[in-house]
Write a protein that binds this ligand. Sequence first.
Ligand SMILES: [Zn+2]
Length: 286
Amino acid sequence: MNYDFIGFLNDESVMVLRGSTKLEIMDELIDRAAELTRLNRDVIYRMTWKREQMMTTGVGNGLALPHIRVNDIPQPVVIVGVSEKPIADYQSQDAQPVRVVVFIVAPDENPEAYLQLLGSVSRRLRNPELLAKLTEGAPTEAAILQTLRESAESAFMNTKTEELADKAKIDFGCFEEGCDGAVSFRLADLNSRTFQAVCPKCHRPYEIDGALKEKLDRLLKLIGSIREAEDILGDCFVSVNVAGGSVRVPYALLLTRLNTLITLNYGGRSVDFHLRVEPSSPETFR
Ligand SMILES: [Zn+2]
């Protein structure tokens, strides 16, 4: 299991901090942590400040990560606080005021979850753009939660696009007289500045012009959308009318065997592009 702190957030675990000193905002966070964990407030208070005295949890760039491990809670509790005012007395490692505090209370018996949560906070919030977005204007709980969820989603989409890049390939027959080579490339590579298609047999180079590139780009987006819908497409059928009735073809079969010819204009001639897409994994449509 992968523990991402954003998955642990809800309306109650996101708060705008009203205080203007470290002590005041810690009190707000500790109050909320006591409510959400149903643990004794004094216990949380003591552990938090004991930890804080060993070493400051202000990690720099306006971010602080106080965290404690306790017995007797089934699930980690994560609270994100965005302070209205910069907290200058937090004693951050870079001496900068703190604006965003992520407070983690994790079960003692699951150190793995604890480390993964901490890792996910620093990975996501190391992004200065996201930190700035969280604190801009007068923050509200709803806006904070939405910003964090959207950031998680866009990171997820980027991973999906990268995975897809490896699966969507295209090829066409070499134009050179007497050459039977197939010029093959990954659709996603089209947007790379160093992209160059070359026939593997005769080494004729191919320049993909803007108009064709634009079409292939839209094709890649289409494949991405199909990929996004794999879970529902697994239950879809395409019905084909034939003499004497109709044949139902599972959509999954079309997808896994997607072996499509697209005729596009290229360099003044009609070229059949042969498109190959593999499903995200062989188990996808089991
Ligand atoms: Zn060739």
